[in-house]
Design a protein around this ligand. Sequence first.
Ligand SMILES: Cc1cc2nc3c(=O)[nH]c(=O)nc-3n(C[C@H](O)[C@H](O)[C@H](O)COP(=O)(O)OP(=O)(O)OC[C@H]3O[C@@H](n4cnc5c(N)ncnc54)[C@H](O)[C@@H]3O)c2cc1C
Length: 434
Amino acid sequence: MPNKVTVIGAGLAGSEAALTLAENGVDVTLIDCKPGKLGPANVNTDFCELVCSNSLKSTDECTAHGLLKAELRMLGSKVLEEAEKSAVPAGSALAVDRNMFARRVTQRLKNCIGDIRCELAGEADDGYTIIATGPLTLPPMDVFISENFGRLHFYDAEAPIVSAESIDMSKAFFAARYGKGDDTDYLNCPMDREEYESFYNALINAERADAHEFEKGEIFEGCMPVEVMAARGKDALRFGPMKPVGLTDPVTGKRAYAVLQLRKENAAGDMYNLVGFQTNLKFGEQKRVFGIIPALKNAEYMRYGVMHRNSYIDAPSSIDRFFRSKRNEKLMIAGQLSGVEGYVESIASGKMAAIHTLRMLEGKEPMPLPETTVMGALSAYISTPNPEFQPMNANYGLLPPLKELPRDKRMRKEAYGRRSLEDMKKYTESYLWK
Ligand SMILES: Cc1cc2nc3c(=O)[nH]c(=O)nc-3n(C[C@H](O)[C@H](O)[C@H](O)COP(=O)(O)OP(=O)(O)OC[C@H]3O[C@@H](n4cnc5c(N)ncnc54)[C@H](O)[C@@H]3O)c2cc1C
Protein backbone atom coordinates (compact mmCIF):
# COMPACT_ATOMS: atom_id res chain seq x y z
CA MET A 1 0.00 0.00 0.00
CA PRO A 2 1.32 3.52 -0.75
CA ASN A 3 1.96 5.57 2.35
CA LYS A 4 3.02 8.88 0.85
CA VAL A 5 1.02 12.07 0.42
CA THR A 6 2.05 15.51 -0.80
CA VAL A 7 0.23 18.51 0.63
CA ILE A 8 0.67 21.77 -1.29
CA GLY A 9 -0.11 24.90 0.74
CA ALA A 10 0.36 25.12 4.51
CA GLY A 11 -2.52 27.44 5.33
CA LEU A 12 -5.53 26.47 7.41
CA ALA A 13 -6.67 23.53 5.27
CA GLY A 14 -3.20 22.29 4.28
CA SER A 15 -1.90 22.38 7.87
CA GLU A 16 -4.88 20.40 9.18
CA ALA A 17 -4.52 17.87 6.37
CA ALA A 18 -0.75 17.52 6.76
CA LEU A 19 -0.90 17.16 10.57
CA THR A 20 -3.73 14.63 10.42
CA LEU A 21 -1.87 12.50 7.90
CA ALA A 22 1.58 12.78 9.51
CA GLU A 23 0.31 12.11 13.05
CA ASN A 24 -1.34 8.96 11.66
CA GLY A 25 2.00 7.68 10.37
CA VAL A 26 1.78 8.83 6.75
CA ASP A 27 4.97 10.01 5.04
CA VAL A 28 4.01 13.61 4.20
CA THR A 29 5.79 16.06 1.94
CA LEU A 30 4.57 19.59 2.69
CA ILE A 31 5.18 22.32 0.13
CA ASP A 32 4.60 26.04 0.65
CA CYS A 33 6.17 29.10 -0.94
CA LYS A 34 6.74 30.49 2.57
CA PRO A 35 9.05 31.69 3.95
CA GLY A 36 10.79 32.39 0.62
CA LYS A 37 7.81 34.13 -0.94
CA LEU A 38 4.81 35.76 0.70
CA GLY A 39 1.43 36.19 -0.99
CA PRO A 40 -0.18 39.64 -1.36
CA ALA A 41 -2.10 39.45 1.94
CA ASN A 42 0.61 37.69 3.97
CA VAL A 43 2.91 39.40 6.47
CA ASN A 44 4.04 36.40 8.55
CA THR A 45 6.62 33.86 7.40
CA ASP A 46 5.05 31.15 9.60
CA PHE A 47 2.44 28.78 8.16
CA CYS A 48 -1.28 28.85 8.98
CA GLU A 49 -1.58 32.61 8.88
CA LEU A 50 -4.90 34.35 9.53
CA VAL A 51 -4.79 37.10 6.91
CA CYS A 52 -7.62 39.25 8.21
CA SER A 53 -9.71 38.92 11.36
CA ASN A 54 -8.20 37.02 14.31
CA SER A 55 -11.60 35.53 15.13
CA LEU A 56 -12.61 31.96 14.36
CA LYS A 57 -16.17 32.96 15.24
CA SER A 58 -18.54 31.59 17.85
CA THR A 59 -17.96 28.66 20.18
CA ASP A 60 -21.62 28.59 21.23
CA GLU A 61 -22.91 25.19 20.07
CA CYS A 62 -26.26 26.82 19.30
CA THR A 63 -24.63 28.56 16.33
CA ALA A 64 -23.53 26.87 13.11
CA HIS A 65 -19.90 27.87 13.71
CA GLY A 66 -19.97 26.63 17.31
CA LEU A 67 -21.43 23.35 16.12
CA LEU A 68 -18.79 23.04 13.40
CA LYS A 69 -16.10 23.47 16.05
CA ALA A 70 -17.70 20.80 18.23
CA GLU A 71 -17.68 18.42 15.26
CA LEU A 72 -14.05 19.23 14.52
CA ARG A 73 -13.12 18.55 18.14
CA MET A 74 -14.78 15.12 17.85
CA LEU A 75 -12.65 14.42 14.79
CA GLY A 76 -9.51 15.52 16.67
CA SER A 77 -8.71 18.71 14.76
CA LYS A 78 -5.06 19.62 15.26
CA VAL A 79 -5.33 23.21 14.02
CA LEU A 80 -8.38 23.94 16.18
CA GLU A 81 -6.50 22.52 19.16
CA GLU A 82 -3.63 24.97 18.51
CA ALA A 83 -6.13 27.82 18.06
CA GLU A 84 -7.67 27.03 21.44
CA LYS A 85 -4.19 27.06 23.00
CA SER A 86 -3.57 30.51 21.44
CA ALA A 87 -6.95 31.98 22.47
CA VAL A 88 -7.36 35.54 23.69
CA PRO A 89 -10.49 36.66 25.60
CA ALA A 90 -13.38 37.31 23.18
CA GLY A 91 -16.60 36.38 24.98
CA SER A 92 -18.31 33.50 23.24
CA ALA A 93 -16.05 33.74 20.18
CA LEU A 94 -12.74 31.96 19.65
CA ALA A 95 -10.26 34.74 18.89
CA VAL A 96 -6.55 33.99 18.83
CA ASP A 97 -3.18 35.64 19.14
CA ARG A 98 -2.49 35.19 15.43
CA ASN A 99 1.32 35.12 15.74
CA MET A 100 1.26 32.56 18.55
CA PHE A 101 -1.25 30.47 16.60
CA ALA A 102 0.85 30.45 13.40
CA ARG A 103 4.04 29.73 15.41
CA ARG A 104 2.43 26.82 17.28
CA VAL A 105 1.04 25.19 14.12
CA THR A 106 4.35 25.66 12.27
CA GLN A 107 6.28 24.06 15.14
CA ARG A 108 3.87 21.13 15.30
CA LEU A 109 4.23 20.61 11.53
CA LYS A 110 8.03 20.65 11.86
CA ASN A 111 7.86 18.16 14.75
CA CYS A 112 6.18 15.48 12.66
CA ILE A 113 7.10 16.19 9.03
CA GLY A 114 10.70 15.77 7.92
CA ASP A 115 10.14 16.87 4.33
CA ILE A 116 8.93 20.48 4.34
CA ARG A 117 9.86 22.30 1.15
CA CYS A 118 9.86 26.00 0.40
CA GLU A 119 8.78 26.01 -3.25
CA LEU A 120 6.44 27.99 -5.43
CA ALA A 121 4.52 24.97 -6.66
CA GLY A 122 3.08 24.74 -10.16
CA GLU A 123 2.11 21.09 -10.48
CA ALA A 124 1.45 17.84 -8.68
CA ASP A 125 3.00 14.44 -9.39
CA ASP A 126 1.07 11.17 -9.86
CA GLY A 127 0.91 10.26 -6.17
CA TYR A 128 -1.73 11.21 -3.61
CA THR A 129 -1.80 15.01 -3.45
CA ILE A 130 -3.94 17.56 -1.61
CA ILE A 131 -3.82 21.06 -3.10
CA ALA A 132 -4.69 23.77 -0.56
CA THR A 133 -3.06 26.91 -1.89
CA GLY A 134 -5.99 29.07 -0.88
CA PRO A 135 -8.02 31.96 -2.28
CA LEU A 136 -4.85 33.87 -3.18
CA THR A 137 -3.12 30.95 -4.93
CA LEU A 138 0.09 32.15 -6.54
CA PRO A 139 1.05 31.30 -10.12
CA PRO A 140 1.94 28.90 -11.64
CA MET A 141 -0.36 26.74 -9.45
CA ASP A 142 -3.42 28.59 -10.75
CA VAL A 143 -2.73 27.28 -14.25
CA PHE A 144 -2.34 23.68 -13.04
CA ILE A 145 -5.60 23.96 -11.06
CA SER A 146 -7.49 25.36 -14.06
CA GLU A 147 -6.17 22.54 -16.25
CA ASN A 148 -7.21 19.87 -13.76
CA PHE A 149 -10.31 21.29 -12.08
CA GLY A 150 -11.70 23.71 -14.66
CA ARG A 151 -11.67 27.49 -14.83
CA LEU A 152 -10.82 29.33 -11.62
CA HIS A 153 -13.23 31.99 -10.45
CA PHE A 154 -11.35 35.00 -9.18
CA TYR A 155 -13.62 37.43 -7.46
CA ASP A 156 -16.35 37.05 -4.98
CA ALA A 157 -19.03 39.65 -5.12
CA GLU A 158 -21.56 38.00 -2.92
CA ALA A 159 -24.92 39.31 -1.86
CA PRO A 160 -26.10 38.48 1.67
CA ILE A 161 -28.30 35.46 2.38
CA VAL A 162 -31.02 35.57 5.04
CA SER A 163 -33.06 32.78 6.60
CA ALA A 164 -36.62 32.45 5.27
CA GLU A 165 -38.13 32.23 8.75
CA SER A 166 -36.68 35.61 9.75
CA ILE A 167 -38.34 37.50 6.86
CA ASP A 168 -41.49 39.39 7.84
CA MET A 169 -43.88 37.79 5.33
CA SER A 170 -46.59 40.32 6.16
CA LYS A 171 -44.31 42.94 4.54
CA ALA A 172 -43.33 40.83 1.50
CA PHE A 173 -45.13 39.15 -1.39
CA PHE A 174 -44.37 36.42 -3.91
CA ALA A 175 -44.57 37.48 -7.57
CA ALA A 176 -42.64 37.21 -10.80
CA ARG A 177 -42.03 40.49 -12.65
CA TYR A 178 -44.87 41.07 -15.15
CA GLY A 179 -46.21 37.68 -14.06
CA LYS A 180 -43.53 35.94 -16.14
CA GLY A 181 -42.20 32.67 -14.75
CA ASP A 182 -42.94 30.85 -11.53
CA ASP A 183 -44.38 33.37 -9.08
CA THR A 184 -42.91 31.50 -6.10
CA ASP A 185 -39.34 32.07 -7.29
CA TYR A 186 -39.13 35.66 -6.07
CA LEU A 187 -40.12 37.15 -2.77
CA ASN A 188 -40.57 40.92 -3.12
CA CYS A 189 -39.89 43.44 -0.37
CA PRO A 190 -41.71 46.70 -1.20
CA MET A 191 -40.89 50.16 0.17
CA ASP A 192 -42.77 53.42 0.04
CA ARG A 193 -41.02 56.68 -0.78
CA GLU A 194 -40.26 57.59 2.84
CA GLU A 195 -38.85 54.15 3.62
CA TYR A 196 -36.73 54.17 0.47
CA GLU A 197 -35.30 57.58 1.27
CA SER A 198 -34.26 56.64 4.77
CA PHE A 199 -32.75 53.38 3.43
CA TYR A 200 -30.93 55.29 0.69
CA ASN A 201 -29.44 57.86 3.08
CA ALA A 202 -28.28 55.14 5.47
CA LEU A 203 -26.77 53.14 2.60
CA ILE A 204 -24.65 55.90 1.09
CA ASN A 205 -23.33 56.89 4.52
CA ALA A 206 -22.70 53.36 5.83
CA GLU A 207 -19.24 52.17 6.81
CA ARG A 208 -17.48 50.01 4.24
CA ALA A 209 -14.95 47.24 4.81
CA ASP A 210 -11.37 48.08 3.80
CA ALA A 211 -10.18 46.66 0.50
CA HIS A 212 -6.61 45.38 0.30
CA GLU A 213 -4.26 47.20 -2.09
CA PHE A 214 -4.29 44.17 -4.46
CA GLU A 215 -8.07 44.27 -4.62
CA LYS A 216 -8.61 47.93 -5.41
CA GLY A 217 -9.77 48.96 -8.86
CA GLU A 218 -10.44 45.62 -10.53
CA ILE A 219 -13.29 44.48 -8.34
CA PHE A 220 -15.82 47.11 -9.24
CA GLU A 221 -15.76 46.60 -13.01
CA GLY A 222 -17.55 43.26 -13.13
CA CYS A 223 -19.94 43.51 -10.28
CA MET A 224 -20.85 46.76 -8.63
CA PRO A 225 -21.59 46.86 -4.91
CA VAL A 226 -25.03 48.20 -4.10
CA GLU A 227 -23.59 51.10 -2.08
CA VAL A 228 -21.40 52.20 -5.01
CA MET A 229 -24.35 52.12 -7.38
CA ALA A 230 -26.45 54.07 -4.87
CA ALA A 231 -23.80 56.77 -4.65
CA ARG A 232 -24.34 57.50 -8.37
CA GLY A 233 -27.70 59.09 -7.68
CA LYS A 234 -30.82 58.83 -5.59
CA ASP A 235 -32.75 56.87 -8.22
CA ALA A 236 -29.93 54.64 -9.50
CA LEU A 237 -31.19 51.68 -7.44
CA ARG A 238 -34.80 52.27 -8.48
CA PHE A 239 -33.69 51.83 -12.08
CA GLY A 240 -31.41 48.94 -11.12
CA PRO A 241 -31.79 46.13 -8.58
CA MET A 242 -34.70 47.84 -6.77
CA LYS A 243 -36.86 48.65 -9.78
CA PRO A 244 -40.53 48.29 -8.90
CA VAL A 245 -41.92 47.90 -12.44
CA GLY A 246 -44.01 44.86 -13.26
CA LEU A 247 -44.77 44.14 -9.61
CA THR A 248 -48.05 45.01 -7.92
CA ASP A 249 -48.07 45.10 -4.12
CA PRO A 250 -51.15 43.03 -3.14
CA VAL A 251 -51.63 45.10 0.04
CA THR A 252 -51.93 48.49 -1.71
CA GLY A 253 -52.93 47.14 -5.13
CA LYS A 254 -50.33 49.50 -6.61
CA ARG A 255 -46.75 49.49 -7.72
CA ALA A 256 -44.39 50.19 -4.78
CA TYR A 257 -41.85 53.03 -4.85
CA ALA A 258 -38.94 50.57 -4.74
CA VAL A 259 -38.70 46.78 -4.40
CA LEU A 260 -35.90 44.51 -3.28
CA GLN A 261 -36.28 41.01 -4.70
CA LEU A 262 -35.20 37.94 -2.75
CA ARG A 263 -34.47 34.69 -4.57
CA LYS A 264 -34.50 31.19 -3.09
CA GLU A 265 -30.95 30.13 -2.31
CA ASN A 266 -31.62 26.42 -1.90
CA ALA A 267 -34.16 23.82 -2.92
CA ALA A 268 -35.66 23.66 0.58
CA GLY A 269 -36.47 27.39 0.29
CA ASP A 270 -35.25 28.15 3.79
CA MET A 271 -32.62 30.67 2.66
CA TYR A 272 -33.04 33.73 0.44
CA ASN A 273 -30.47 35.76 -1.47
CA LEU A 274 -30.81 39.57 -1.72
CA VAL A 275 -30.74 39.90 -5.50
CA GLY A 276 -28.25 42.48 -6.81
CA PHE A 277 -27.15 43.43 -3.30
CA GLN A 278 -23.50 42.39 -3.52
CA THR A 279 -21.84 44.65 -1.01
CA ASN A 280 -18.66 45.65 0.71
CA LEU A 281 -20.33 47.16 3.80
CA LYS A 282 -19.10 46.00 7.20
CA PHE A 283 -21.22 43.11 8.50
CA GLY A 284 -22.89 45.13 11.29
CA GLU A 285 -23.74 47.83 8.78
CA GLN A 286 -25.38 45.30 6.45
CA LYS A 287 -27.69 44.23 9.26
CA ARG A 288 -28.47 47.83 10.25
CA VAL A 289 -28.96 49.32 6.77
CA PHE A 290 -30.75 46.39 5.06
CA GLY A 291 -32.88 46.12 8.21
CA ILE A 292 -34.50 49.44 7.22
CA ILE A 293 -36.29 47.48 4.47
CA PRO A 294 -39.50 46.56 6.37
CA ALA A 295 -39.53 42.84 5.47
CA LEU A 296 -35.91 42.50 6.65
CA LYS A 297 -36.28 44.32 9.98
CA ASN A 298 -35.42 41.20 11.99
CA ALA A 299 -33.57 39.28 9.27
CA GLU A 300 -31.11 36.63 10.37
CA TYR A 301 -28.02 36.60 8.14
CA MET A 302 -26.89 33.13 7.07
CA ARG A 303 -24.08 34.75 5.11
CA TYR A 304 -23.14 38.41 4.86
CA GLY A 305 -22.22 39.95 1.53
CA VAL A 306 -18.49 40.10 0.78
CA MET A 307 -16.30 41.43 -1.96
CA HIS A 308 -12.76 40.20 -2.04
CA ARG A 309 -10.34 38.44 -4.26
CA ASN A 310 -11.07 34.78 -3.95
CA SER A 311 -10.00 31.99 -6.25
CA TYR A 312 -12.19 28.91 -6.17
CA ILE A 313 -13.12 26.11 -8.51
CA ASP A 314 -16.55 25.19 -9.79
CA ALA A 315 -16.56 22.35 -7.28
CA PRO A 316 -19.83 20.61 -8.27
CA SER A 317 -18.55 19.99 -11.78
CA SER A 318 -15.01 18.97 -10.87
CA ILE A 319 -14.80 17.25 -7.47
CA ASP A 320 -16.79 14.70 -5.50
CA ARG A 321 -17.95 14.94 -1.89
CA PHE A 322 -14.58 13.50 -0.82
CA PHE A 323 -12.77 16.51 -2.34
CA ARG A 324 -11.29 14.26 -5.07
CA SER A 325 -10.93 15.31 -8.69
CA LYS A 326 -13.57 13.56 -10.78
CA ARG A 327 -10.79 12.78 -13.28
CA ASN A 328 -8.13 11.55 -10.87
CA GLU A 329 -9.09 10.39 -7.41
CA LYS A 330 -5.56 10.72 -6.08
CA LEU A 331 -5.71 14.46 -6.73
CA MET A 332 -7.65 16.37 -4.10
CA ILE A 333 -8.36 19.99 -3.37
CA ALA A 334 -9.18 21.52 0.02
CA GLY A 335 -9.70 24.86 1.73
CA GLN A 336 -11.27 27.93 0.22
CA LEU A 337 -10.32 26.76 -3.28
CA SER A 338 -12.76 23.87 -2.93
CA GLY A 339 -15.71 26.20 -2.40
CA VAL A 340 -15.99 26.41 1.37
CA GLU A 341 -15.82 29.91 2.82
CA GLY A 342 -14.13 30.88 6.08
CA TYR A 343 -11.28 29.96 8.38
CA VAL A 344 -12.98 27.14 10.27
CA GLU A 345 -14.66 25.78 7.15
CA SER A 346 -11.20 25.63 5.52
CA ILE A 347 -9.82 23.71 8.52
CA ALA A 348 -12.81 21.36 8.25
CA SER A 349 -12.24 20.69 4.55
CA GLY A 350 -8.55 19.93 5.23
CA LYS A 351 -9.61 17.47 7.93
CA MET A 352 -12.11 15.79 5.59
CA ALA A 353 -9.60 15.53 2.72
CA ALA A 354 -7.10 13.93 5.13
CA ILE A 355 -9.42 11.33 6.65
CA HIS A 356 -10.67 10.35 3.20
CA THR A 357 -7.05 10.00 2.04
CA LEU A 358 -6.27 7.80 5.06
CA ARG A 359 -9.06 5.46 3.96
CA MET A 360 -7.80 5.37 0.39
CA LEU A 361 -4.27 4.61 1.61
CA GLU A 362 -5.78 1.57 3.36
CA GLY A 363 -7.21 0.52 -0.01
CA LYS A 364 -10.79 1.32 1.06
CA GLU A 365 -13.46 3.68 -0.27
CA PRO A 366 -13.81 6.88 1.79
CA MET A 367 -16.82 7.09 4.10
CA PRO A 368 -19.09 10.11 3.60
CA LEU A 369 -19.68 12.25 6.66
CA PRO A 370 -23.33 12.29 7.75
CA GLU A 371 -25.21 15.09 5.98
CA THR A 372 -26.81 15.96 9.32
CA THR A 373 -23.43 17.33 10.42
CA VAL A 374 -22.25 20.77 9.31
CA MET A 375 -19.13 19.16 7.80
CA GLY A 376 -21.13 16.54 5.89
CA ALA A 377 -23.58 19.20 4.72
CA LEU A 378 -20.75 21.40 3.45
CA SER A 379 -19.24 18.52 1.49
CA ALA A 380 -22.68 17.74 0.04
CA TYR A 381 -23.09 21.42 -0.88
CA ILE A 382 -19.82 21.65 -2.79
CA SER A 383 -20.53 18.48 -4.75
CA THR A 384 -24.19 19.06 -5.64
CA PRO A 385 -24.87 20.48 -9.14
CA ASN A 386 -25.48 24.21 -8.86
CA PRO A 387 -25.26 26.63 -11.81
CA GLU A 388 -24.93 29.56 -9.36
CA PHE A 389 -22.22 27.90 -7.27
CA GLN A 390 -20.39 30.23 -4.87
CA PRO A 391 -18.31 29.45 -1.77
CA MET A 392 -20.42 28.76 1.30
CA ASN A 393 -19.85 29.07 5.00
CA ALA A 394 -21.30 27.01 7.84
CA ASN A 395 -25.01 27.63 8.37
CA TYR A 396 -28.13 25.77 9.47
CA GLY A 397 -29.76 26.20 6.06
CA LEU A 398 -27.42 23.50 4.71
CA LEU A 399 -28.69 20.87 7.15
CA PRO A 400 -31.62 18.60 6.26
CA PRO A 401 -34.71 19.80 8.17
CA LEU A 402 -35.53 18.11 11.47
CA LYS A 403 -38.56 15.81 11.50
CA GLU A 404 -40.07 17.78 14.36
CA LEU A 405 -39.18 21.45 14.50
CA PRO A 406 -39.35 23.00 17.99
CA ARG A 407 -40.99 26.44 17.79
CA ASP A 408 -38.41 28.05 20.05
CA LYS A 409 -35.36 29.15 18.04
CA ARG A 410 -32.73 28.16 20.59
CA MET A 411 -34.38 24.78 21.19
CA ARG A 412 -34.41 24.22 17.45
CA LYS A 413 -30.69 24.92 17.22
CA GLU A 414 -30.06 22.64 20.18
CA ALA A 415 -31.99 19.90 18.38
CA TYR A 416 -29.92 20.37 15.22
CA GLY A 417 -26.77 20.25 17.36
CA ARG A 418 -27.80 17.08 19.21
CA ARG A 419 -28.59 15.28 15.97
CA SER A 420 -25.31 16.36 14.39
CA LEU A 421 -23.12 15.35 17.33
CA GLU A 422 -24.89 11.99 17.80
CA ASP A 423 -24.37 11.19 14.11
CA MET A 424 -20.78 12.37 14.21
CA LYS A 425 -20.15 10.14 17.24
CA LYS A 426 -21.41 7.12 15.29
CA TYR A 427 -19.17 8.12 12.40
CA THR A 428 -16.06 8.30 14.58
CA GLU A 429 -16.95 4.98 16.24
CA SER A 430 -17.16 3.24 12.90
CA TYR A 431 -13.77 4.41 11.74
CA LEU A 432 -10.69 5.14 13.85
CA TRP A 433 -7.83 7.56 13.33
CA LYS A 434 -5.83 9.78 15.65
C1 LIG B 1 -8.18 38.86 1.87
C2 LIG B 1 -8.94 37.77 2.56
C3 LIG B 1 -9.43 37.97 3.83
C4 LIG B 1 -10.15 36.93 4.48
N1 LIG B 1 -10.61 37.14 5.74
C5 LIG B 1 -11.28 36.16 6.39
C6 LIG B 1 -11.74 36.35 7.72
O1 LIG B 1 -11.54 37.40 8.32
N2 LIG B 1 -12.42 35.34 8.33
C7 LIG B 1 -12.64 34.16 7.70
O2 LIG B 1 -13.24 33.25 8.31
N3 LIG B 1 -12.21 33.93 6.43
C8 LIG B 1 -11.54 34.91 5.76
N4 LIG B 1 -11.10 34.71 4.47
C9 LIG B 1 -11.45 33.47 3.77
C10 LIG B 1 -10.63 32.18 4.12
O3 LIG B 1 -11.15 31.65 5.28
C11 LIG B 1 -9.15 32.36 4.33
O4 LIG B 1 -8.60 32.85 3.15
C12 LIG B 1 -8.44 31.03 4.71
O5 LIG B 1 -7.14 31.32 5.09
C13 LIG B 1 -8.45 29.99 3.60
O6 LIG B 1 -7.73 28.87 4.00
P1 LIG B 1 -6.92 27.97 2.94
O7 LIG B 1 -6.27 26.91 3.70
O8 LIG B 1 -7.80 27.62 1.83
O9 LIG B 1 -5.80 28.94 2.32
P2 LIG B 1 -4.67 29.80 3.05
O10 LIG B 1 -4.86 29.83 4.50
O11 LIG B 1 -4.62 31.10 2.30
O12 LIG B 1 -3.33 28.98 2.75
C14 LIG B 1 -2.76 28.88 1.47
C15 LIG B 1 -1.27 28.59 1.59
O13 LIG B 1 -0.78 28.26 0.28
C16 LIG B 1 0.44 28.94 0.03
N5 LIG B 1 0.56 29.11 -1.42
C17 LIG B 1 -0.18 29.87 -2.26
N6 LIG B 1 0.19 29.67 -3.53
C18 LIG B 1 1.20 28.76 -3.52
C19 LIG B 1 1.99 28.15 -4.52
N7 LIG B 1 1.81 28.39 -5.83
N8 LIG B 1 2.94 27.28 -4.13
C20 LIG B 1 3.15 26.98 -2.81
N9 LIG B 1 2.42 27.55 -1.82
C21 LIG B 1 1.44 28.42 -2.18
C22 LIG B 1 0.34 30.22 0.84
O14 LIG B 1 1.63 30.70 1.18
C23 LIG B 1 -0.45 29.78 2.07
O15 LIG B 1 0.40 29.38 3.12
C24 LIG B 1 -10.38 35.71 3.80
C25 LIG B 1 -9.89 35.54 2.50
C26 LIG B 1 -9.17 36.55 1.89
C27 LIG B 1 -8.66 36.34 0.50
